[in-house]
Design a protein around this ligand. Structure first.
Ligand code: NAP
Ligand code: MG
Length: 501
């Protein structure tokens, strides 16, 4: 497609300067609801651009780390306040750049604001512990120190929230950052970086390189000057990052995919469960890592639940997310649209029953964009591919179970382990599920989405490698622990030997 004449050309931000890619190559950011609308043209960066950004981050590191944490926190708080002031404008940019409906885009920015305030407020909190020494006139304590320069690589589905989960704690800890955002949402990422600059972040502390995963992303994970990689995205890329970082003993944290189940018990408030399933499955057009993509329903209420669900799904309004009456926006791009549609074919071949949807949407409101009909498959067996693989679109599968044990077993039959939910009015089932569901996040009487930033976020099994974003654990992936002993006895004291035992 030709570049629109009016499209603005944007640049990488390295050492506080606007720079093109060395190659001069560019790529476009387009609106998935109106593909002819170009939001901007961005540098398609390569190895040299990443190297320049890492060098700038390394130069900025000594003075940034030596700034007292409360002073770093002041800058971060200012950035959060600027995000708050610009919330509406940023949300509108987000809806145009990646399609999620405006109320969800506002929520995405709000999550970034919450994270900024939360992390900035932690600037005066303890960074270690003091423990008794076994020897007299000796102290033993820990502190947390920054890693150095960290690489942050993020997906397009939460273009402000996810970068904020990582950038705020990385910076508070005293690291400097090279940020490679998703190629589908460069403008949101640039707006975020501009806000940090405006808040007074020194040049070189946060650098952004735009480009493709296989080029700029790959160069970043391989760069020896990067001390750690913090990544959110697909399990496939996450595993690759693990291999590359493992080979050079680089620290890395990966937050990956999900196939998140909602269990609906026979004693559940059914209309509450239907509301939760609709929001969980079709919010952000199903393109959430925590999307409720599997509905595991008790046989006794299965038909009623499915009937109500179908009726509501048929009523969902598709279109441009800037129109506030629209409930489901586009999917991110053409490739993803085709992938989602291919799963409808797979589901049919596997013998699942297509209840509603299953087509690329073709209405006046969806013309010119990438929209998929909200799709429900019923009579799905746990062994089917549509029950196991992350579709990352508005397709939900419904499984029938005979009771609680079978429901939990079906829920846990997944290679992923991000989020799970149960709808029940029985407190015993609720607590038993909280224990038995093998995921990083469990909800009771709420869908699998809706995390708040003050609790850790992440999953088990192939959803990650044991790290958590946000909450009380936010700083861990961006710091090293240093243990310190101070002996003020003035003589040699030998641990384990010269004790008062
Ligand atoms: P993706 O394809 O894995 O991309 C994520 C990021 O990695 C993008 O910036 C991408 O660049 C980059 N990348 C791709 N190949 C790379 C490589 N070889 N080296 C370094 N970086 C590389 O994921 P996505 O399609 O953007 O996002 C959807 C996925 O993210 C889903 O699986 C979803 O479940 C997951 N997700 C997980 C969480 C969580 O917290 N657990 C949250 C949200 C999303 P490009 O943009 O150029 O491809
Ligand atoms: Mg991508």
């Amino acid at each position: 497609m030709p570049v629109a004449q009016s499209a603005q050309l944007f640049h990488n931000v390295i050492a506080g300067k606007r720079v093109e890619s060395r190659s001069g190559n560019t790529f476009e950011s387009r609106n998935p609801a109106h593909w002819d609308q170009v939001l901007g043209v961005f540098p398609r960066s390569g190895k040299e651009d990443v190297a320049a950004a890492v060098a700038a981050a390394q130069v900025a590191f000594p003075s940034w780390r030596s700034l007292p944490a409360p002073s770093r926190g002041e800058i971060l708080l200012k950035a959060a306040m600027l995000l708050e002031q610009r919330k509406e404008e940023l949300a509108r940019t987000m809806t145009q750049e990646m399609g999620k409906v405006l109320i969800e885009a506002r929520g995405d920015v709000q999550e970034a604001i919450d994270m900024g305030k939360y992390i900035a407020g932690g600037a005066r909190r303890p960074t270690g512990e003091t423990v008794p020494s076994e020897l007299r006139n000796k102290w033993a304590m820990t502190t947390r120190v920054p890693i150095g320069t960290v690489g942050i690589i993020t997906p397009w589905n939460f273009p402000m929230a996810i970068p904020s989960w990582k950038i705020f704690p990385a910076l508070l800890a005293g690291n400097t950052v090279v940020f490679k955002p998703a190629e589908d949402t460069p403008l949101c990422a640039l707006r975020l970086v501009e806000i940090f600059e405006e808040a007074g972040l020194p040049a070189g502390v946060l650098n952004i390189v735009f480009g493709l995963g296989e080029e700029a992303g790959e160069a970043l994970i391989r760069h020896p000057g990067v001390g750690a990689i913090a990544f959110t995205g697909s399990s496939e890329v996450g595993a690759h990052i693990g291999e590359v970082c493992g080979a050079s003993l680089k620290r890395y944290s990966v937050e990956l995919g999900g196939k998140n189940p909602i269990i609906v018990m026979d004693d559940a408030d059914l209309s509450l469960a239907v509301d939760g399933a609709l929001w969980g499955a079709f919010g952000t057009s199903g393109q959430r890592c925590t999307a409720s993509s599997r509905l595991i329903v008790h046989d006794k209420v299965y038909d009623r639940f499915l009937g109500e669900l179908k009726e509501h799904v048929l009523g969902l309004r598709l279109g441009d997310g800037l129109d506030e009456s629209v409930e489901v926006g586009p999917v991110i791009n053409e490739k993803q649209l085709e992938r989602i549609h291919s799963y409808t074919g797979i589901g049919r071949e596997e013998g699942a029953k297509l209840v509603t949807g299953g087509n690329i949407a073709k209405t006046p409101a969806t013309a010119g964009g990438f929209f998929y009909e909200p799709t429900v498959f019923a009579e799905v067996a746990p062994t089917m591919r549509i029950a196991k693989e992350e579709i990352f679109g508005p397709t939900v599968v419904v499984l029938r179970v005979a009771g609680f044990e079978e429901a939990v077993a079906a829920a846990n039959e997944s290679s992923y382990g991000l989020s799970a939910s149960i709808y029940t009015s029985n407190v015993n089932y609720a607590f038993a599920a909280m224990e038995a569901l093998n995921t990083g996040i469990v909800y009771v009487n709420a869908p699998t989405i809706g995390a708040e930033i003050q609790l850790p976020f992440g999953g088990v099994k192939s959803t990650g490698n044991g790290h958590r974003d946000a909450g009380t654990l936010a700083m861990e992936q961006f710091t090293e622990v240093k243990s310190i002993y101070v002996d003020f006895s003035g003589r040699l004291q030998r641990a384990q030997i010269d004790t008062d035992r």
